[in-house]
Write a protein that binds this ligand. Structure first.
Ligand SMILES: Cc1cc2nc3c(=O)[nH]c(=O)nc-3n(C[C@H](O)[C@H](O)[C@H](O)COP(=O)(O)OP(=O)(O)OC[C@H]3O[C@@H](n4cnc5c(N)ncnc54)[C@H](O)[C@@H]3O)c2cc1C
Length: 340
């Protein structure tokens, strides 16, 4: 059981910025995200695209914004619980008890939901047997590439993830790349490298093929793939990786007894609290008259929600407003050492 002042659900830009806002007023936070990396939509949907409307940053990419936010969080040594979805919340006296799908439990007087458009989940294989092998022989992300060393690996998909992992794993694994179309969707440069590796005999490419079945009892022995004309082929393999993109689901959030308005959580604009005391919603997931789905709005919402969290986390203390420029107290929290 992990005790904290605030549990932040979602490590998108808005959840990330809420952490230092909590930190400078002396509150600690734990952050949970369903994805295997932080950054939310910025990293998952547009890491290399330029953003032009972050205050005082004329241009940055989704990736560089995420990196800067992480740098700002660093002094607070925050724990991130990635690859975990918050599943259930329940009231326990003056605290909230929060459970993830990996059975981790948090106890906190405050929850900040920065869940964006909901949890991103990988699109999965729909064929018989695929579910049985999930996380044993079938994977939708790569946590440790060395796991596949000297193994036979079939990679499905035609986008950047499929191409990039095919290139990377071909350095030390026997890779077959399978896609339902002859053309790849991913970057031209990656597609060219894949074709070159095929010519050099370092990758096998099977197109246009789709999976028909997964064969094996305790572990995968082979897969059957088929063409549109019904022609099938068997490929001996140890592992299967699927990169078919992500679906966004509001997910378990709908079951927490919060008011909902067209898949968004209504909040008051004084402190971004929901209809439940101690549960706040900020960023793309919240709604109120005039809401703008922009990162800068989410930053403001996080700053106000953080101050409201103080009341429940430190009921016997009075919150004092201070500027970062002049507060010794805040600068100490940030680990800033002044020579004069
Ligand atoms: C192509 C594109 C371009 C954009 N350009 C701009 C721009 O130029 N300027 C701008 O201001 N905005 C832009 N946006 C919008 C901006 O990306 C969003 O406003 C911003 O990402 C919202 O941040 P967030 O932290 O609220 O949510 P998100 O970024 O969506 O992050 C939410 C996170 O919460 C996690 N999560 C959800 N539910 C759970 C759960 N139950 N358990 C665990 N984790 C959960 C998700 O996995 C996700 O990582 C753009 C969006 C897109 C798609």
């Amino acid at each position: 059981m992990i005790k904290t002042d605030v549990l932040v659900i979602g490590a998108g830009p808005v959840g990330l910025f809420a952490v230092p806002q909590l930190g400078i007023i002396g509150l600690n936070a734990e952050v949970v995200d369903n994805l295997d990396k932080v950054g939310g939509q910025c990293i998952e949907l547009y890491p290399d695209k330029p953003i032009y409307d972050i205050p005082a940053i004329p241009e940055c990419s989704g990736k560089s914004l995420t990196e800067s936010l992480l740098k700002q969080i660093k002094p607070f040594k925050t724990n991130f619980h990635l690859n975990e979805r918050v599943q259930e919340i329940s009231k326990q006296e003056s605290n909230w008890k929060i459970k993830t799908n990996k059975n981790k439990t948090f106890i906190a007087p405050n929850i900040i939901i920065a869940g964006g458009v909901g949890s991103f989940e990988p699109r999965k294989f729909l064929v018989k047997g695929a579910e049985t092998f999930e996380n044993k022989g079938i994977f939708y992300s790569v946590k440790d590439k060395n796991f596949f060393k000297n193994k036979k690996v079939c990679i499905f998909g035609g986008g950047d993830s499929a191409l990039d992992w095919a290139i990377e794993l071909s350095k030390f694994a026997e890779v077959t790349l399978i896609h339902r179309r002859n053309e790849f969707r991913g970057g031209e440069h990656s597609a060219e490298i894949v074709r070159k590796l095929e010519k050099e005999g370092k990758i096998k490419i099977k197109t246009p093929f789709q999976i028909q079945s997964v064969e094996g009892k305790d572990k995968i022995n082979s897969i059957i793939i088929k063409k549109e004309n019904g022609k099938t082929e068997e490929i001996k393999t140890n592992f299967v990786l699927g990169f078919f993109g992500l679906i966004m689901k509001l997910g378990p959030i709908v079951e927490w007894g919060l008011n909902l308005e067209k898949k968004h959580i209504p909040v008051n604009t004084e402190n971004f609290q929901t209809n439940k005391e101690g549960i706040f919603a900020i960023g793309d997931i919240c709604t109120y008259p005039g809401k703008l789905k922009l990162i800068l709005s989410g930053f403001h919402e996080g700053a106000l929600a953080a101050r409201a969290c103080f009341k429940l986390a430190r009921p016997n203390e009075k919150y004092r407003f201070e500027f970062t420029t002049t507060s010794k107290n805040i600068q100490d929290k940030l680990g800033i050492k002044k020579s004069d």
